[in-house]
Design a protein around this ligand. Structure first.
Ligand code: PAF
Length: 287
């Protein structure tokens, strides 16, 4: 069985209205395509929660910082549709840029504070692009639930803030990062790694986990982070953009693990930028 595809807001609304008439609940899984097991885990979770699941596939030009990055982003609609069919997703929504941002489009949704630092510091405008398209996708689908992965942790916090601030009637569900057997977080960008880079890549999550553990045990923050940066670079990464300890709930900088936290990293391996994050909590806490 194949997944029905719609490409316009009007078609999408017609399908959803039919579902609503029969009393169905609706979940949305927003994606930019190039689907991997991480996305599929979100779709499976959505299917557990709602009667109908929409997967959106839109490579959002507003969230790319460089034209080259946008051009290089994989576009694999047919393969994506083939991956979704056996899961039983009910609809694939694939708008093009003109449908999403018609001539005269002039609105930007911008979420303050959360976007400061981390990826926000290195990707100017990125989170405004994410907030704008996510707000549109929520309003276009009218879904009851939306599913996001924890790998893009700053994005997740941004979307939570957006939904709260704009009173959007949608419940957010977040799912753990899915990893390869060697620990590397699944990402559409992993496909860009050369075999040599792919062999180095899992050093990032292994340093992250070891560092999170050390910080939870009370090792000093600055020295421990400096050692972790050095370990990532000596493994073969070209640059560490950031490696920071932040509050899990508010993403505020932390100086010690005195409450549930996230250790977040972005690093360049050759020409590929990888991000990851892990939880860390005070020893003895259950969180
Ligand atoms: O995480 C992503 O793939 C994108 O940022 C999202 C949420 C689909 C918005 O374009």
């Amino acid at each position: 069985m194949s997944v029905p595809i719609v490409r316009t807001v009007a078609e999408l609304r017609t399908v959803v209205a039919g579902w609503r008439r029969s009393g169905s609940s609706v979940a949305v899984v927003p994606t930019m395509g190039a689907l991997h097991e991480g996305h599929l885990s979100l779709v499976r979770a959505a299917l557990q929660k709602a009667n109908r699941v929409i997967v959106t596939l839109f490579v959002n030009p507003k969230q790319f910082n460089s034209a080259a990055d946008l051009a290089a982003y994989p576009r694999t609609e047919n393969q994506d549709a083939a991956k979704l069919a056996p899961l039983g997703a009910h609809l694939l929504y694939v708008p093009d840029a003109e449908e999403m941002y018609p001539a005269g489009f002039a609105t930007t949704v911008s979420v303050a504070a959360i976007v400061e630092g981390l990826c926000g510091a290195f990707r100017p405008g990125h989170f405004d692009g994410v907030a704008t398209v996510v707000a549109k996708l929520f309003l276009q689908t009218g879904a009851d639930f939306a599913f996001f992965g924890e790998k893009d942790f700053q994005q997740l916090r941004l979307v939570m803030r957006l939904v709260q601030d704009l009173d959007i009637p949608i419940a957010l569900v977040h799912c753990p990062t899915v990893r390869e057997a060697d620990g590397l977080a699944l990402s559409s960008r992993n496909a860009r790694l050369s075999p040599a880079e792919r062999a180095i890549a899992p050093k990032l999550p292994s340093v992250l986990l070891e560092t999170a553990d050390r910080l939870a045990r009370g090792d000093p923050l600055l020295a421990t982070l400096a050692e972790a940066r050095a370990a990532i670079l000596s493994a073969g990464y070209r640059e560490v953009e950031y490696l920071e300890l932040r509050g899990a709930a508010d993403l505020q900088p932390m100086t010690s693990v005195d409450r549930p936290a996230r250790l977040l990293v972005a690093a360049w391996l050759g020409d590929t930028r990888l991000i990851d994050n892990v939880t860390t909590s005070p020893i003895g806490s259950t969180n």
